[in-house]
Design a protein around this ligand. Structure first.
Ligand code: NAG
Ligand code: NAG
Ligand code: NAG
Length: 346
């Protein structure tokens, strides 16, 4: 009886012993093995810290600590395989009031982010335009304001540009077209005004675009359809005109379209929906006509997300008898839709 028991003890204990051995080992080698950050890069960070007035939130930026190992002992710092600082993320630090210079002295820096930093205000400083190697720049949930500065057009290696949830104003600048590596562009939740420039649709790699919650006006340029953009969010603006080319099959690869809460006005009757469109919010517009015959044929309606409420649609819901048990609220606030979950057509 006691034999199997002691086996179990060994099996349980052995890995624990091994783990504690490794933990001891890593502590003892802390300074000659894990502290991989390049000494020059550390000096740059210490200058940045001094420039920012030695804020308590950057207490961990101290030569006594490891710098940017896998454990990120210096707040927000990550290193590449050669120990060069490759990414800096300032997140939620409320005792920092400006974006520091000197970042261009970190030659391996590829990712830079300031997120949820509500005490950052004023325009984006010009020296951000020197960071031509950046592949990702995020300035989100700050009080940074002013127009989107033209020096961002120099950051031609950017793959991701996220300027969401700030106080940016002025128009969408044409120079964004120069950012030919950008695949994701998020300008949502700002105070951006004016029309959507044709040039936006000419960013060759762009596949994900969000301009939600701004004050954009005028029609959507054709250049935003029929290309690489597979997710396009334009909701909560003041856009007008016909946007069928965003949701119909000429926009073959599109998977998500949000044009809700604008002033779009077009006839839905003959729209042949894009084959992969699984999420479509066209609610709160002035879209009229009937729902197209093939509206639900190609897709499993309940498995997709489609919001057509608050428009001026009319006539029978196609395949209505298959949709009798669907929530009628999905069709609510239109002019005179009938059948399916709604009262029968007259
Ligand atoms: C860009 O990267 C190259 C190669 O790593 C480096 O030599 C150069 O200093 C970097 N430039 C900036 C502004 O960081
Ligand atoms: C930043 O914005 C928040 C609201 O989003 C506001 O409460 C705060 O006072 C602003 N801070 C500055 C420095 O403007
Ligand atoms: C569609 O957009 C409207 C307005 O922007 C929003 O209120 C609604 O929740 C969205 N529908 C869905 C299903 O998310």
């Amino acid at each position: 009886m006691s034999q199997p028991n002691s086996h179990i003890h060994l099996i349980v204990l052995l890995p624990l012993l091994l783990i504690s051995h490794f933990v001891n080992l890593s502590y003892s080698q802390k300074f000659d093995f894990l502290d991989v950050c390049n000494a020059d890069d550390k000096q740059v960070l210490l200058r940045i810290k001094a420039y920012l007035g030695n804020p308590p939130s950057l207490k961990s930026w101290d030569l006594a600590n490891d710098c940017g190992g896998p454990w990120e002992v210096w707040h927000g710092v990550k290193c590449d395989g050669e120990g060069r600082i490759s990414s800096l993320l300032f997140f939620g630090l409320q005792d920092i009031y400006r974006i520091s210079p000197f970042l261009d002295e970190l030659p391996a820096l590829r990712g830079l982010g300031f997120v949820y930093m509500t005490n950052l205000f004023g325009p984006i400083p010009y020296y951000i335009g020197k960071l031509t190697n950046l592949s990702s720049l995020t300035i989100a949930m700050t009080n940074i304001s002013g127009p989107i500065p033209s020096f961002l057009g120099r950051l031609t290696n950017l793959g991701n540009l996220d300027l969401s949830s700030n106080k940016f104003s002025g128009p969408i600048p044409n120079f964004l077209r120069r950012l030919n590596s950008v695949t994701t562009l998020d300008l949502s939740n700002n105070k951006i005004t004016g029309p959507l420039p044709i040039s936006l649709g000419l960013i060759t790699q762009l596949s994900w675009l969000s301009l939600l919650n701004n004050q954009l006006t005028g029609p959507v340029p054709r250049s935003l359809g029929g290309g690489n953009i597979i997710v396009i969010r334009l909701g909560n603006n003041k856009l007008t005109g016909d946007a069928t080319f965003l949701i119909d099959k000429s926009n073959n690869d599109v998977i998500e379209v949000d044009i809700s809460n604008n002033q779009f006005k077009f006839d839905m009757t003959n729209v042949d929906l894009a084959p992969r469109l699984y999420a479509m919010n066209i609610s709160h517009n002035m879209i009229y006509g009937r729902l197209p015959k093939l509206f639900y044929r190609k897709r499993d309606f309940l498995g997709t997300y489609i919001d057509i409420t608050y428009n001026e649609l009319c006539g029978p819901i196609p395949n209505g008898r298959l949709l009798k048990r669907v929530d009628p609220n999905l069709f609510a606030h239109n002019k005179c839709l009938c059948g399916g979950p709604l009262p029968a057509c007259k």
